[in-house]
Structure formats: C-alpha cells, structure tokens
Ligand binder design. Structure first.
Ligand code: PLP
Length: 410
C-alpha cells in the first residue's frame, strides 16, 4: 500500500503541528504584530513596544522592582549575560545538576574563564536540594557568588521545586545570589520572582512566550545589579549597567530587533488576555493528557517516562524513553513527513535514548490530540511495541478536567 502522502511537490497540506519544546508555534496575532516596516530610531512606537515588553515581563515574572534587560539573542546569549555580569574572571558559581541544560550552562561558564562547582545529577530526578545546601555549607570562604538554577530542564522534562530550593539555600545562611533560568517554564508554569527572592531571572522568546527565536531577556534585582556594578570583568554588549537607560538605543546596545519586540509585546498581551491562571491551568491539563497517553503506550513495556517522580514532570515537555536500538531520528522523520507532527529528539546524555513531546505555548486540546495521534501512528509504523489505548486515555483525561474558563465560558 502506498503511504499516505500529505506532502506533495514540496507543499505541506494543512498545518504541520510543531511540538518541539521550543521553538513553539506562533499565534496569528503575534505574526500580524511582527508584519510591519522597520521604524526610524526616534519613532515613539519603538519606545512604546519596548516598554510594553518590560512592563509585561515584570507582570508575568511577578516582580515590582527588578530591571528588565532585553537582548537580540537566544537563551545561550542570556546565559552569557549572567556569567559576564555577575562573575569576575576566576569567580565561581554553583550549578546544580538537572540534565543537559544545566551542564551546558556550566560548560559555557567555564569557557568564559569562570569556575563552576556542580552537584551531581541523578537521571530522572530533579535538582538534589540537599546536595546544593551541602555545597554551600562547605564553601566557608563564600567563594560561590551565585547559584545558577535551571527551573525546567528541557532535555529531562523535569522541573525542580524552586521554593524548596530557596528555603534550603536560606537555611545555609550563604549569601550567594539565586539565579533562575525559566526559558522552558515561563508562560507555562507559575513563577513569582519577588516572592521567591530570585535575584536574576532569565528567559527567551521562543518557548512558552510563543514568539519566534531571537529575544533573550533578564530581570535583575538591586542586589544583582550592585554585584554587576562592582564586577571588574571586561564586557560591553551584555553589560547591565550600560543598558540601564531610558534610551532604547542604549537599552539594546544598538538598534532594537523591532519586529521581534513588537511580537513579544503582542504575545504578552495574549497571555494577559487569556488570564495567567487560565494559561497555567491549560498547560496543566494538556500535560495530563500527554502523560495519560504515555502511560497507555508504556503498558507494552517498551516506552517509559524519563522523569521518575510524577510530581516533578514538567508541564512544558515530556521526555519518553525508548528501547535501545530504536532509531529516534527515523521515528521523528516518519511523524513529521507522513503525519505532519514535528517533535524533538533528546539531547546530550539522553541522545538516542528518548524523544520529547513539547506541550507548551500556543497549544490546545485539539493540537495536542493531533500530536499524540501522529506520534502513535509513527510508533506503529516503526514497529515499536505500544499499548493501544494511549489516545483513549488522553481524551479521557481531557474529558475529566474542569473547563478552563475563557471569555465565552466565564
Ligand atoms: C532552550 C533552553 C535554553 C537555550 O536556549 P537557546 O535559545 O536555544 O539558546 C536554555 N535553557 C533552557 C532551560 C532551555 O529550555
């Protein structure tokens, strides 16, 4: 039998569903906002859309006082901004292990001539909070200036309980700054910078914030800005002190990425229009549907959740272990080219051992069920043994969740 062709002569019929955990689909309203001519640098619309991003990010991050600095960059760029502003050359950070992303940040920090202490990562588990506290207690000289925490490790699909981590750090009395990477969780899971007493928070545009890749941002409190001001390490583009200005040309250390800024302002507006509680509840429900499907597929004994503790499973992304010998790239190709569902492979130490389903950003029950159906069909094509009630369990999970109040249901 000839394979169903949904892509003839280079044309994709219908929509290809994008379920990587970043980049994520971009809502039409965001595309429309970006679809504009460049403006001269003195055009007041430039300033007002930058301000809308700063104000909106403060509101989303739940911070009153932090300075927000936006960069024409990706997530790695703002990792670099944090390192260069907070740590002098040779200065140290503690990076708690939580998978590929914490390790990548640690490696980048070392490449920039700083020192890194790590806590061990146990596969499938969140950050070892006790090990973080122990590392701080052993640092009698207070050489560790900051703890670099990845909230949701996008490779492991694991989230760490930040309040518990903050409490454990507090209990040590160590003055290290608390720096949190929310690239994969912001806009999907609740986050409150001030209540958490996070000193620096960093994110990027292309995951829960429903924008194309290209903007990275940090929110910086007074303690972190003071540490940066006193840090003699050479830097220019990433420098927070230099960017603290009312002039948009200074804020961006040059020309602002105007289209992306307009898109981010529109995307933040969409989140507030939906209501943040609804946004977080929607993500929780969609994650439950995905978990239900994976549970169903796993009953045949071949697939399994990577995250061992159900409470630590992320609302943004689910990492699914496959049997050894599985060709994950072939599975993804079948899903993408035949069934129009794009999902992700795994990274670093998990490469070839797992695939990842993104369920963050502009997703709804229909897009998620389409995604799960395409993955299920691809698993069948590839002959990977799966329980046949994955989709049934997912729709049952959706049917059992309370309606998320939207404007028309309220
Ligand atoms: C995606 C991601 C990054 C890196 O972002 P890029 O834009 O790909 O550089 C950093 N941290 C986390 C948690 C991420 O998910």
């Amino acid at each position: 039998m000839k394979a169903l062709a949904t892509q003839g002569a280079g044309r994709i019929v219908g929509r290809r569903l994008l379920h990587s955990p970043g980049p994520t689909p971009v809502p039409d309203e965001v595309l429309w906002a970006m679809n504009r001519q460049p403006m001269d640098l003195g055009d007041p619309r430039v300033d007002s859309s930058i301000q809308a991003c700063e104000t909106g990010l403060r509101r989303l991050l739940q911070t009153e006082a932090a300075d927000v600095f936006l960069y024409a960059s990706n997530g790695h760029g703002v990792w670099e901004a944090v390192v260069e502003n907070l740590l002098p050359l040779g200065g140290a950070a503690l990076v708690p292990g939580t998978g590929h992303f914490s390790e990548s940040w640690a490696v980048q920090t070392e490449a920039l001539g700083r020192r890194v202490l790590r806590t061990p990562w146990v596969e499938g588990l969140p950050i070892d909070v006790a090990a973080v506290a122990q590392a701080l207690r052993q640092d009698h000289q207070h050489e560790i200036r900051a703890v670099f925490v990845v909230h949701t490790d996008t490779s492991s699909g694991v989230s760490t309980d930040l309040a518990a981590l903050r409490a454990a750090i507090d209990a040590t009395g160590h003055p290290a700054l608390f720096v949190v990477d929310v690239v994969a969780s912001l806009g999907a899971a609740p986050f409150a910078m001030d209540a958490l007493r996070a000193d620096v928070v960093l994110g990027a545009s292309q995951k829960g914030l429903m924008c194309p890749p290209g903007i990275g941002f940090v929110a910086v409190n007074a303690a972190a800005l003071a540490m940066a001001s006193a840090n003699p390490a050479p830097r220019f583009y990433w420098d927070w002190v230099r960017r603290k200005s009312d002039l948009s040309y200074r804020k961006f250390c040059g020309t602002a990425p105007q289209s992306l800024v307009a898109g981010l302002a529109a995307a933040l507006g969409l989140l507030f229009q939906e209501g943040l509680d609804q946004v977080f509840e929607r993500h929780r429900q969609l994650a439950q549907a995905v978990h239900a499907a994976v549970q169903g597929w796993s009953s045949a004994g071949a697939l399994d959740f990577f995250a061992r503790d159900p409470a630590a499973r992320s609302v943004s992304v689910t990492t699914v272990l496959v049997p050894s010998g599985t060709d994950v790239d072939a599975l993804r190709t079948v899903a993408r080219e035949r069934f129009q569902v794009a999902f992700a492979g795994a990274l670093g130490p998990l490469s070839g051992r797992a695939f990842r389903i993104g369920h963050l950003g502009d997703q709804n029950p229909a897009s998620m069920m389409g995604c799960l159906a395409g993955i299920e069909a691809a698993l069948l094509v590839q002959g990977i043994p799966i329980g046949r009630d994955g989709l049934a369990r997912a729709s049952l999970a959706l049917s059992q969740t309370p309606a998320v109040a939207g404007p028309e249901l309220a």
